[in-house]
Write a protein that binds this ligand. Structure first.
Ligand SMILES: [Zn+2]
Length: 97
């Protein structure tokens, strides 16, 4: 994932909520937009509490946290993104606010 060069404030605005974190993950997973792996449908509902995308047509569920990095964790995405931010900051990848 390429880190955006943004300030702390901007980061919190963008990634301060589970949904926005999930949206960001979705963009990584589906750069061309969501597509159901089962039926190919391109509309979905995001289930924030369970952290998955559900196909609007066949109800197939795709977890955004299926990625090994996020596998088997109950840690909120906000915290994950915060960890990513901190790491990037230390490497000088993100400008200080
Ligand atoms: Zn589907």
């Amino acid at each position: 994932m390429k880190m955006p060069n943004i300030s702390l404030l901007e980061w919190q605005k963008r990634f301060g909520a589970e949904r926005s974190c999930a949206n960001t993950l979705a963009k990584v997973l589906w750069p061309q937009g969501f597509q159901c792996p089962q039926c190919g449908y391109q509309r979905y509902n995001f289930i924030a509490t369970r952290r998955f995308y559900q196909c609007s047509q066949c109800r197939h569920q795709v977890s955004v946290t299926g990625d090994p990095l996020f596998h088997a964790t109950k840690t909120p995405l906000v915290k994950w993104f915060w960890a990513i931010y901190s790491t990037a900051s230390n490497k000088g990848g993100v400008s200080a606010p």
